[in-house]
Design a protein around this ligand. Structure first.
Ligand code: BEZ
Length: 389
């Protein structure tokens, strides 16, 4: 009798455990969005989330056979709050993957937490060289660009167009510094040089004194890194000062992406370089643009594409392990070897987990960053200092 009861108890426990495992297999995958929802980069954060959700909706709401549950933190593009914000998602909400963020200073703190806790991190914008350089890691991927990539391409184009002496202007933080470094490298390779670097603190938009300095320096061209609300103000102030009539304003495409309605006449004719453009002859892009417009009643920008592709990368990993996030090695290997069918054109990832991609030359016409040609073909970030290379 006693033995019989013990057997029944064991069977009951086994059945309960089986039930728990079955339930666990059906649990939703927890995705944490750590993005700016306020401040100068707010629109960028929203576009990234929109793009990510669009791809998931197209898959019937599931990746790797499992539904997703979303958790959100507004990182305010504030590096000093980044560790606490990341811990809210990782330790409080216990997410399986973090998708974030926009700002390079914030992402470096996120990458440190991701490394320490072995949390899967997919970066849908921030181009900080460190996270796919010295801090590169198996659990950290980027669906966007490194700050160096569009900067380098624009430097080459500017030099080829005869810019011998150039002034640069940017917010003083990793993204601006690295974008300018890339630009200098490209410019030098095509025969030009930077004669002055101007900076102001992020997210300051008091440009007047710096515009006076530019006018006095009489360069052949200006290279500027700004994005979001700051880019709108800079391009308008540059035109209001009359500088756009005599000194071409170049930049990475963030200067005019998602901003053209607000910049209006001030941006017309500007040339920028980026891994996305309006009017690409890419089949995936045509479907993406139609779907995005239907879902959100607006045209997508580069940030929406990067959010969409962050979801595609995650789908590649989760699909390979049928949603079992604990099979981390297989999941990582599947993302590493995936060919992402992006609206920007298909891309693969470098050993350091950064997209290897074409960088386009674009020209502002109306409210479009119109495709002009390829400025740099299959450009890979140098990934200096990454031990996974
Ligand atoms: C960055 O901080 O890395 C960044 C922000 C906006 C646009 C591009 C790069």
């Amino acid at each position: 009798m006693r033995n019989h009861r013990a057997t029944l108890a064991r069977v009951a426990i086994a059945a309960a455990l089986c039930g728990a495992a079955g339930a666990a297999a059906q649990d939703k995958i927890k995705v944490g969005f750590m993005l700016p929802y306020t401040g100068t980069y707010a629109a960028l954060g929203t576009a990234i989330e929109n793009g990510f959700r669009l791809y998931v909706q197209e898959q019937g709401g599931k990746l790797g056979g499992r539904e997703l549950e979303y958790f959100k933190v507004d990182d305010e593009s504030e590096p000093s709050k980044a560790v606490d914000n990341m811990n809210k998602l990782v330790k409080r909400d216990n997410v399986d993957v973090v998708v974030g963020t926009v700002h390079s200073g914030v992402v470096m703190a996120m990458a440190k937490v991701a490394k320490d806790t072995n949390t899967l991190l997919v970066i849908p914008n921030a181009g900080a060289g460190a996270v796919t350089g010295p801090m590169c890691a198996p659990n950290i991927f980027r669906s966007s660009f490194s700050n160096w990539q569009p900067g380098y391409a624009m430097g080459k184009v500017a030099g080829e167009r005869g810019a011998k002496k150039v002034v640069t202007i940017t917010w003083k933080y990793a993204a601006g510094d690295e974008s300018v470094e890339g630009f200098k490298e490209g410019l030098k390779a095509s025969g030009g040089e930077v004669i002055k670097d101007l900076t102001l603190p992020f997210p300051n938009v008091e440009f007047q004194a710096l515009l006076t300095d530019i006018a006095a320096s009489k360069p052949d061209a200006v290279y500027a890194f700004f994005a979001g609300g700051g880019a709108v103000k800079f391009v308008k102030d540059y035109a209001a000062a009359g500088l756009n009539r005599t000194i071409p304003l170049y930049g990475p495409g963030f200067l005019t992406d998602g901003t053209l309605e607000a910049q209006g006449a001030a941006a017309q004719g500007m040339l920028t370089t980026l891994h996305y453009a309006d009017g690409l002859d890419v089949a995936k892009d045509k479907v993406f643009r139609a779907d995005y417009h239907k879902a959100y009643n607006m045209a997508p920008d580069v940030y929406a594409v990067q959010g969409y592709d962050a979801a595609q990368m995650l789908a590649a990993g989760l699909g390979a392990v049928k949603g079992d996030v604990h099979k981390r090695n297989e999941l990582v290997a599947a993302i590493e070897t995936a060919r992402i069918d992006s609206p920007r054109g298909a891309f693969t990832l470098s050993k350091s987990h950064n997209p290897v991609q074409d960088i386009y030359l674009r020209k502002v016409v109306g409210t479009e960053n119109r495709y002009e040609g390829v400025a740099a073909k299959a450009l890979a970030d140098p990934a200096r200092g990454c031990a996974m290379k």
